[in-house]
Design a protein around this ligand. Structure first.
Ligand SMILES: Nc1ncnc2c1ncn2[C@@H]1O[C@H](COP(=O)(O)OP(=O)(O)OP(=O)(O)O)[C@@H](O)[C@H]1O
Ligand SMILES: O=P(O)(O)OC[C@H]1O[C@H](OP(=O)(O)OP(=O)(O)O)[C@H](O)[C@@H]1O
Ligand SMILES: [Mg+2]
Length: 283
């Protein structure tokens, strides 16, 4: 049976479970079960700390898993990054008290940097050629400067509210632009049919989330412009309408362009423009 690890709690757990269940898998926990079997698909979902998932996968104990890119880098585990999952997006950054006007390259051997991602920070400092001291902490890293154990921190920033409230500001470029990642033991996806199906279904859900379906009525004379505005995947579907000189057009389009497309279609005289979400798709 294929074993897939999902985060048992924290920032990535809900997004991972939603993705798997939208892909048709049974992975919902009624309570605090450590694993859930989906016998129809020959899959067992195992709920683990996201920080540990890459390690289990790299050792071949678990076949596939969902973790954060920053956690993966920190673990140093040797796994295949199957695909980014487009949720759990956050930046892993250095931060210092707001009044300090420095960059990470100004850190010195005397700078103490608190973090829960010791390996990522140590590697970054090595690359910068800085011999600063890393202070390992389990969480609540932002308060460590105020408590006197650190001069700077390196931590996950999403909205930026936590560092702002702690009187800190981000300095330098993000060390990692992180998001949830599907990881596999090297070779697993190619060798295992159930793993391939899981990957394809997840890809379908992600694709569907990034596309919409556009339908509208249009004077036939405007079809060339319609092709440019909504080219679809191969080409738009064009069907006759019972009203002479008019056609119905249907095409998939990028979700991110939805409002621009509506404006452009209105400008060329389209009527009855309808946008619908796509549940899943394969292109
Ligand atoms: N607002 C956020 N806060 C923390 N992590 C986030 C956030 N948004 C996305 N992430 C991502 O989620 C992962 C961290 O997950 P999680 O919160 O479970 O870890 P943790 O902070 O170590 O655990 P916990 O808070 O339960 O002790 C990282 O990959 C991180 O980039
Ligand atoms: O930029 P923001 O939207 O404010 O989010 C980032 C904060 O959220 C997380 O903390 P969490 O609640 O997981 O606590 P922890 O630090 O103890 O892990 C993370 O470690 C940051 O502190
Ligand atoms: Mg946390």
């Amino acid at each position: 049976m294929l074993q897939i690890a999902l985060p048992n709690k924290g920032a990535l757990s809900e997004g991972a479970a939603t993705l798997a269940s939208e892909a048709g898998y049974h992975c919902s926990r009624r309570g605090r079960e450590l694993s859930v079997r989906d016998t129809d698909h020959g899959v067992e979902f195992v709920f683990l700390r996201p920080r540990d998932i890459a390690t289990y996968v790299s050792k071949g104990i678990i076949d596939l898993g969902v973790t954060g890119l920053d956690l993966l880098h920190d673990s140093g585990a040797d796994v295949t990054q199957v695909m980014p999952l487009e949720f759990g997006k956050a930046r892993f950054c250095y931060a210092v008290p707001k009044e300090q006007d420095i960059t990470p390259d100004d850190f010195t051997a005397d700078t103490r940097i608190a973090t829960s991602y010791v390996n990522v920070v140590q590697r970054d400092l090595e690359q910068r050629g800085i011999d600063a001291t890393v202070v390992p902490l389990d969480g609540a890293v932002e308060i460590s400067i105020q408590l006197g154990v650190a001069d700077a921190i390196a931590d996950v920033v999403q909205t930026g509210r936590t560092i702002d409230e702690a009187g800190l500001k981000v300095i330098g470029d993000p060390i990692i632009a992180s998001q949830a990642m599907l990881v596999a033991q090297n070779g697993t996806v190619a060798d295992h049919e159930a793993a391939r199906h899981f990957q394809e279904r997840i890809k379908g859900i992600l694709m569907a989330r990034s596309y919409i379906m556009v339908e509208y009525d249009l004077p036939t004379s405007k079809l060339d412009a319609a092709h440019t505005i909504t080219p679809g995947i191969e080409s738009p579907t064009v069907s006759p309408l019972s009203k002479d000189g008019w056609v119905a057009v249907k095409a998939m389009a990028k979700q991110s362009r939805v409002n621009e497309i509506m404006d452009d279609l209105t400008d060329i005289g389209a009527k009855g423009i309808i946008i619908t979400d796509i549940r899943t798709c394969r292109i």
